[in-house]
Design a protein around this ligand. Structure first.
Ligand SMILES: Nc1ncnc2c1ncn2[C@@H]1O[C@H](COP(=O)(O)OP(=O)(O)OP(=O)(O)O)[C@@H](O)[C@H]1O
Ligand SMILES: [Mg+2]
Length: 267
């Protein structure tokens, strides 16, 4: 039995509710199915608005699915568990707390804010290169540094599964590449499984064991691409023909590449 089983998940947001974006019902997910093994890093790639965030929130137990099944570690997920870490596009740190106390916030919620937690927070912040900034406030950090703090906050309770929703989308290219390598290093050290939502084809291919490509809304899985490159990976990988080929397959599944024949006749 795989570690994660997402089976025929469907989500309809009812229309006409005060908090709903639309007045008509919105089918965000329809028959979304895929599986992953423990420790795998799975990239979720799909057009804007197709339902990726919705799926991640369902997997995290933050919202309810309309039908279908989400089993992680053999358990059906119906509400948030303490076993996950979340990283969103914006770091959303608490401005009045120090870096260290932001990371420890998760442990306060879980009532596990003990000595060991402090040690682990320091270790994590060291790992991401922020040892000098334990007492700094978020506004004193760059965007990339803030996102590293958010990553530590997501990892402090040693989650089995890390749910990441375009975590590096707001960063400049160089910082983004550095964060990619950092994530891979952390994944290696923690053994956590990761579901990683991104818009970036190269980022998806570089990071993952497997790329799941979604259709336009309502999201269905249109392609699963096994990414066979060995870990640890190096940035040089991006400039190899094999990497290029994986990007092409993902781009074609996404629908951003016209079929080859059209391309030829256009010339
Ligand atoms: N609470 C909600 N109420 C009503 N509709 C919603 C709600 N949340 C999301 N939706 C709708 O569901 C669809 C999927 O949204 P979602 O945020 O999951 O897309 P996404 O794939 O994450 O997009 P992006 O790549 O732009 O972040 C959209 O049409 C959105 O308007
Ligand atoms: Mg989203």
């Amino acid at each position: 039995m795989p570690f994660g089983v997402i089976g025929k998940v469907r989500k309809v947001f009812p229309g006409g509710e005060p908090r709903s974006a639309a007045s008509e019902p919105v089918v965000a997910l329809d028959d979304a199915s895929f599986q992953f093994e423990e420790g795998e890093l799975v990239a979720l790639l799909g057009p804007s608005g197709c339902g990726k965030t919705t799926l991640l929130r369902i997997v995290g137990g933050l919202i309810q699915k309309t039908s279908g099944s989400v089993r992680i570690g053999g358990r059906e997920i119906v509400r948030p568990t303490g076993d996950y870490g979340f990283v969103f596009q914006a770091p959303s740190l608490m401005p009045w707390r120090s870096v260290l106390d932001n990371v420890l916030f998760t442990m306060e919620i879980l009532r596990r804010n003990d000595r060991a937690a402090h040690e682990r927070a320091r270790d994590l912040l060291h790992l991401v290169g922020l040892s000098e900034f334990l007492t700094a406030r978020p506004h004193q950090l760059s965007g990339g540094m803030q996102q590293r703090v958010a990553l530590c906050r997501a990892l402090i309770h040693q989650p089995k599964l890390l749910l990441m929703d375009e975590p590096f989308g707001a960063l400049d290219e160089l910082t983004r590449l550095e964060m990619n390598d950092l994530l891979l290093r952390i994944r290696q050290e923690t053994g956590a499984s990761v579901l990683f939502v991104t818009h970036s084809v190269p980022e998806a291919v570089y990071l993952s064991d497997k790329v799941i490509v979604f259709s336009k809304r309502p999201a269905r899985v249109v392609k699963e691409i096994a990414v066979m490159f060995a870990y640890p990976r190096q940035q040089r990988l991006r400039f190899t023909p094999a990497f290029n080929e994986a990007e092409r397959i993902a781009s074609e599944a996404l629908g951003v590449l016209a079929p080859a024949t059209d391309e030829m006749s256009a010339r």
